[in-house]
Design a protein around this ligand. Sequence first.
Ligand SMILES: [Zn+2]
Length: 70
Amino acid sequence: MAEDTSTGKGKVAPLRKTRPCPECGRPSTRESYPFCSERCRSLDLSRWLKGSYAIPVAEDESRADDENRD
Ligand SMILES: [Zn+2]
């Protein structure tokens, strides 16, 4: 009967609250959410990776093995 489906219902994306970029505090963009740019995204990622490298798991393991031989 009534063709009401073309009225644009659900076509408009809901306005999302933009949060500030965790790297520099500028408003985030949709492409790099939750960061403001690809640069900030990779910056955060590299920092995260560096942080995980700081945990000396492998070193601890080899040391324990050394003590076992004694
Ligand atoms: Zn940023």
